[in-house]
Design a protein around this ligand. Structure first.
Ligand SMILES: NC(=O)c1ccc[n+]([C@@H]2O[C@H](COP(=O)([O-])OP(=O)(O)OC[C@H]3O[C@@H](n4cnc5c(N)ncnc54)[C@H](O)[C@@H]3O)[C@@H](O)[C@H]2O)c1
Length: 356
């Protein structure tokens, strides 16, 4: 049986532990500097809590670790874990700069261990289906994708590390935007976006925002120095365009727009809610516009996605190779390069090239 450790015992670590257990991976050990949290996690998931990362990595029975900590610790902990000879499932974003991504990639290459990125949206049943449809040629060449991820009240832990640039690297773009940037590159296999124009803004403050149950714990009068919305338009060398409309919070009525994709191809289109059990295909019949519903098989789309991510990680541990279709370190670096370019475009007020 595959046995793993968890570095970090926060919100997403609990979701990883549930998914890992569902697919038959054993959780052996957890470390979190907040001792109480680690103890609570250990009793909930029947594993040991240890008092340092070193103690966790010294455990011989674990083959892999999930790193689920604030973004500013990703690079350092991924490198330490790889150097200790563990396979790593690293939560998104990969890091906070391209230099850190390169340092992680060097550690992975030197260790010969697997680095899998936590790009879980790739595994949503709808995402798996649309990748299949695009690859079958049914909608022809992809010309444009609009990716929309708009929450009503979804600022995670307002005032805490998520909204503190020095700890998170940015706001909704580096938090949730990275999922959709990766997803769009993954389903289209378009790996070379070259230019981007982006605009980041903030509409909410602690005074104008009612905190509902959300990721992480809010901190009253804490720091909020990141964007809560971003709009970006990218193009690749072939002229394909990608538009990202991402917000942590909006005044939109509930469910106005889904976590969704609108994909336009030369022969058809797809309108997709990432977590739904059906999607719509638009096409042409004798020159007339037509549409059809395509079903997507799922149990619980969110759990299904995390289960598949953990199946891929267990497989990677067993074979010592990243599973085909899983997020690689190179994919993580590509996403980082796009994120950096969007922030640079926003700062400079003009379109910029994407450094790769
Ligand atoms: N895949 C997803 O859908 C998804 C969703 C939420 C968060 N995330 C990512 O997961 C990571 C964690 O997010 P979260 O929501 O669980 O945050 P969180 O604040 O709930 O938990 C983070 C935990 O990490 C612990 N921690 C801090 N420094 C540590 C260290 N050096 N070693 C071990 N633990 C340490 C904290 O004490 C805390 O318990 C972030 O990178 C975030 O971007 C991914």
């Amino acid at each position: 049986m595959t046995s793993i450790g968890l570095i970090g015992a926060g919100m997403i670590a609990n979701i990883h532990a549930e998914a890992a257990k569902r697919i038959g991976t054993s959780i052996a050990v957890v470390y979190d500097p907040r001792e109480e949290r680690a103890q609570e996690f250990a009793s909930k998931h029947s594993c040991d809590a240890v008092s340092s990362v070193e103690a966790l990595l010294a455990r011989e029975e674990i083959d892999g670790v999930v790193i689920a900590v604030p973004n500013d610790r990703h690079a350092e902990l991924a490198i330490v874990a790889l150097n200790a000879g563990k396979h790593v499932l690293l939560e998104k974003p990969m890091a906070m700069s391209l230099i850190q991504c390169d340092e992680i990639l060097s550690a992975r290459n030197a260790s010969g261990k697997v680095l899998q990125m936590g790009f879980v949206c790739r595994y949503s049943p709808a995402a798996v289906k649309i990748k299949e449809i695009i690859e079958s040629g049914l909608i022809g060449e992809v010309l444009h994708i609009q990716a929309t991820l708009l929450r009503q009240r979804g600022i995670p832990g307002m005032g805490g590390w998520f909204t503190t640039k020095a700890r998170s690297g940015g706001g909704c773009l580096i938090d949730i935007g990275v999922h959709f940037i990766d997803l769009v590159m993954h389903i289209t296999s378009k790996k070379k976006p070259v230019r981007v124009s982006g605009k980041c803004t903030s509409a909410f403050t602690e005074a104008t925002y009612a905190y509902e149950e959300m990721w992480s714990t809010p901190v009253r009068n804490g720091t909020f120095d990141v964007e809560d919305r971003v709009r970006a338009l990218l193009s690749d060398a072939s002229g394909t365009t990608f538009q990202f409309d991402i917000s942590w919070a909006t005044h939109l009525p509930e469910n106005t727009m889904k976590d969704g994709l609108l994909i336009e191809g030369t022969l058809g289109s797809l309108v997709v809610d990432l977590w739904a059990n059906e999607l719509t295909r638009g096409f042409s019949e004798n020159g007339n516009p037509k549409s059809e519903i395509i079903s997507v098989e799922l149990n619980d789309a969110w759990d299904d996605a995390f289960d598949s991510e953990h199946r891929a990680f267990a497989q990677a541990i067993e074979t010592e190779q990243l599973e085909v279709g899983a997020g690689s370190g190179e994919d993580g670096k590509l996403v980082q390069s796009i994120v950096d370019a969007i922030y640079a475009s926003d700062e400079l007020g003009r379109e910029v090239n994407i450094e790769q």
